[in-house]
Unconditional design. Structure first.
Length: 206
């Protein structure tokens, strides 16, 4: 079970609202990158239903879906930001991830006093205080909760896109470069939601 060590340390320093931030979809060859920000207020405690929150990559799809609904039901402050494949190709995936994170923060009704995020890079040109934490999605409760919101949101987007582009198996791999996806990419060529700046797609786009 994850605890609130990081968040409580910040609360003890006078922070009133802590934002946990993570993204999903940096690696795929198709579709958007999605970020989510979770707001925890001072005095927040992890209830029984939230005790199973963990890094989204360590959870089954079914458990992620269950926790997604629990998080939305029990945590008031949740913001989501999305950057599509066109933005990724235009400004690169790292900058698109940062932009999606800023959009997620911007979608919140209340702004946090401090942001903790997964990764080693701080978000550039952000006025809020922040702390990147390597492996934060498996160490920090608020980041793990954000990882679930981001992952489930992106997976649902890819399932809808599968209906429009059924040849590629997006319902199975969600755009990641699996053997199935690469085989379909070779067979059918890139579709409109593929990231042209990613090497396997670039080669087939010529």
């Amino acid at each position: 079970m994850l605890n609130l060590t990081v968040e409580n340390d910040l609360f003890s320093q006078g922070c009133r609202l802590i934002g946990g931030l993570d993204e999903a979809g940096r690696g795929p060859l198709a579709g958007p990158v999605v970020a989510a920000c979770i707001i925890l207020p001072a005095g927040f405690t992890i209830g029984e239903r939230l005790a199973k929150v963990n890094d989204s990559k360590k959870l089954t799809a079914k458990k992620r879906e269950e926790l997604f609904e629990i998080i939305l039901g029990e945590i008031a402050g949740v913001g989501v930001g999305i950057c599509d494949h066109l933005t990724i190709d235009r400004i690169n995936i790292l900058q698109a991830s940062f932009l999606a994170m800023k959009k997620a923060i911007g979608a919140l009704k209340e702004k946090p006093d401090y942001i903790v995020l997964d990764g080693k890079f701080p978000i550039p040109n952000l006025s809020l205080r922040q702390k990147p934490i390597i492996g934060g999605d498996s160490k920090v409760f608020s980041i793990a909760a954000a990882s679930i919101i981001a992952k489930v949101t992106r997976d649902r987007i890819m399932l809808k896109l599968h209906e429009t582009f059924p040849d590629y198996g997006f319902d199975q791999h969600k755009g990641y470069g699996t053997k199935l996806h690469l085989e379909r990419l070779e067979r059918f060529g890139p579709c409109p939601i593929h990231r042209r700046s990613f090497a396997p797609v670039t080669r087939l786009s010529c």
